[in-house]
Design a protein around this ligand. Structure first.
Ligand SMILES: Cc1ncc(COP(=O)(O)O)c(C=O)c1O
Length: 411
C-alpha cells in the first residue's frame, strides 16, 4: 500500500507520548500544537474575563471575545447568530433543548449519539435508522408532512441530526435534510462533533440553524465547546446558568432580575478562557491548512485500515449505509468469538494501542448494527459490544498497520 504523506503545517502537529498509539480520536483527539502554543502564550496574562479593569484582565477579555469571533467565522456564523461557549457538544445541545419555545417538537433519528437523543423534550419524534442517506431525506420529509398535518402548524419543529456518525463515521446528508426541514417550516441543528474534526463545517453553506461542537474532539483541550446559531430562541429562553455575568440588572427583590441578551445570557459564571482560546487557535490553523489535502490523506489511511480489517476473516465491520458510503476516519468492528473489552485491553497492554470498546454512547444504533452484522455474516459468535478505531491529524500508516497486525494475532 502507498505511504501516506502528511500535508499539515507544524501548527497542526499533535502532542502525544512516543510509543503510545492513539486510535481513539473520535472520543478525544490529541491536543494540536496550535492549541498548546496559544495557551502557553496567554498563561502569563492569565486573569479575569469580563470582570476586571487591569491590563491583564482587559487582554483576557479581548482574547475571549476574539476567540468567539474566530470560531464563529470558522463555522460560517452570520453576524446575527450567537456563538455561545459551552463545555462540549452535550452541553451545547442541552442548552438548545432548554431554549426551545414551549410546544416545540424535536425530530431526530435513532442513529444519533445519546447527546443528540436524550436532551430533547417528551413528545420528540425518533425516526428509525434509515438504510441509506436518501432514505433519511425521504423519512424526514414524510415525518414532517405528517407532523404538520396532525399538529398546530404554528408550533415550532426542530430537526436534530449528526454530520458524521460516531459509530461508523458515515456522513449524513445534512444539506438535503436542512432543505427538507426548511421546506416544512422547521429549524435544524447539526451535531458536528464528529464531522468538524474531519471536514469544513459551514453553517451558512449547509443552511443549518444551529450547530454544536466539542473542542476536545477538535484538537483543543477539554472543557470548551460551542453552540452557534440563531439568536431569537436563545435570547428569549431562561438563562442556562443563572449567575454572575448572565445579568444586566439585579435589584433588591428576589425576582428583580434583568437577564442579559446575547451569548452572556447563557454563560453565567467565570468562563473557560483557555479552552476558548485554544479552540480558536485550532480553528485558525485549520483555516490556514489545505483541508482538501488533509482529507485526502485521511481517506488514504482510512482505506488502508478498512481494507486491512476486511482481509481479516475473524473481523466484521459495522455499518449503516453500506460499504461504499462516504465516511470520516472512524471504523467500528467486532472480533468474532472475542469479547470486545478484552480485545481492547489486550491491544492496550500488549501493543500500546488505544481504541474504544462498548456501544459508544449510541446504544440504539450500535445494537442495531451488531444485529445487522450477525445477519449479514451469518455468524453466531459475534460479541454484544464492539471496538472502534478512529484516526486524525497525527495518525500514520505505521500505526494503522500496527493495529492490523495486532488484530491478526488475535485470530
Ligand atoms: C456525534 C457525537 N455527538 C455528541 C457527542 C458528545 O460529545 P461530548 O462528550 O464532547 O459532549 C459525541 C461524543 O462522542 C459524538 O460522537
Amino acid at each position: 500500500m502507498p505511504a501516506v504523506a502528511s500535508p499539515r503545517s507544524a501548527a497542526l502537529d499533535v502532542l502525544g507520548v512516543p510509543g503510545e498509539i492513539n486510535l481513539d480520536y473520535a472520543a478525544t483527539a490529541p491536543c494540536a500544537r496550535a492549541a498548546a502554543d496559544a495557551v502557553t502564550e496567554l498563561l502569563p496574562w492569565y486573569a479575569s474575563v469580563h470582570r476586571g479593569a487591569g491590563a491583564l484582565s482587559r487582554r483576557c477579555t479581548l482574547a475571549y471575545e476574539r476567540a468567539r469571533q474566530t470560531i464563529g467565522d470558522f463555522f460560517g456564523a452570520s453576524a446575527d447568530d450567537h456563538v455561545v461557549f459551552t463545555r462540549n457538544t452535550t452541553d451545547a445541545l442541552n442548552l438548545l433543548a432548554r431554549s426551545l419555545p414551549v410546544g416545540t417538537t424535536v425530530v431526530t433519528f435513532a442513529g444519533e449519539h445519546h447527546a443528540n437523543l436524550l436532551p430533547w423534550p417528551r413528545g420528540s419524534v425518533r425516526l428509525p435508522v434509515p438504510a441509506n442517506p436518501a432514505g433519511a431525506v425521504r423519512a424526514l420529509a414524510a415525518a414532517l408532512t405528517e407532523l404538520r398535518r396532525d399538529s398546530n402548524p404554528a408550533l415550532p419543529v426542530l430537526v436534530a441530526v449528526t454530520g458524521a456518525s460516531n459509530v461508523t463515521g458515515e456522513l449524513w446528508p445534512v444539506a438535503e435534510l436542512a432543505r427538507v426541514a426548511h421546506r416544512h417550516g422547521a429549524r435544524i441543528v447539526l451535531d458536528a462533533a464528529q464531522l468538524a474534526p474531519h471536514a469544513p463545517v459551514d453553517k451558512h453553506a449547509l443552511d443549518v440553524d444551529y450547530l454544536a461542537v466539542s473542542g476536545h474532539k477538535l484538537y483543543a483541550p477539554f472543557g470548551a465547546g460551542v453552540l452557534v446559531g440563531r439568536a431569537d430562541w436563545l435570547d428569549a429562553a431562561p438563562p442556562y446558568l443563572a449567575g454572575g455575568g448572565a445579568t444586566s440588572h439585579v435589584g433588591p427583590a428576589t425576582h428583580d432580575v434583568t437577564w442579559a441578551t446575547g451569548p452572556a445570557r447563557h454563560e453565567g459564571g467565570t468562563p473557560n478562557l483557555l479552552g476558548a482560546v485554544a479552540l480558536a487557535a485550532v480553528c485558525a490553523a485549520l483555516t490556514d491548512a489545505d483541508r482538501v489535502a488533509l482529507a485526502a490523506r485521511e481517506e488514504a489511511l482510512l482505506a488502508r485500515l478498512r481494507a486491512g480489517l476486511a482481509a481479516l476473516p475473524h473481523v466484521v465491520e459495522l455499518r449503516t449505509f453500506g460499504p461504499d458510503a462516504p465516511r470520516v476516519g472512524i471504523v467500528s468492528f467486532v472480533v468474532a468469538g472475542q469479547d470486545s473489552a478484552t480485545v481492547a485491553a489486550r491491544l492496550a497492554a500488549e501493543h500500546h494501542i488505544g481504541v474504544r470498546d462498548g456501544l459508544f454512547c449510541a446504544h440504539p444504533l450500535a445494537r442495531r448494527l451488531l444485529d445487522e452484522a450477525a445477519t449479514r455474516t451469518g455468524r453466531k459468535d459475534l460479541p454484544p459490544t464492539a471496538l472502534r478505531a478512529s484516526i486524525g491529524l497525527g495518525s500514520t500508516a505505521a500505526q494503522v498497520d500496527r493495529l492490523l497486525t495486532a488484530l491478526a494475532g488475535l485470530a
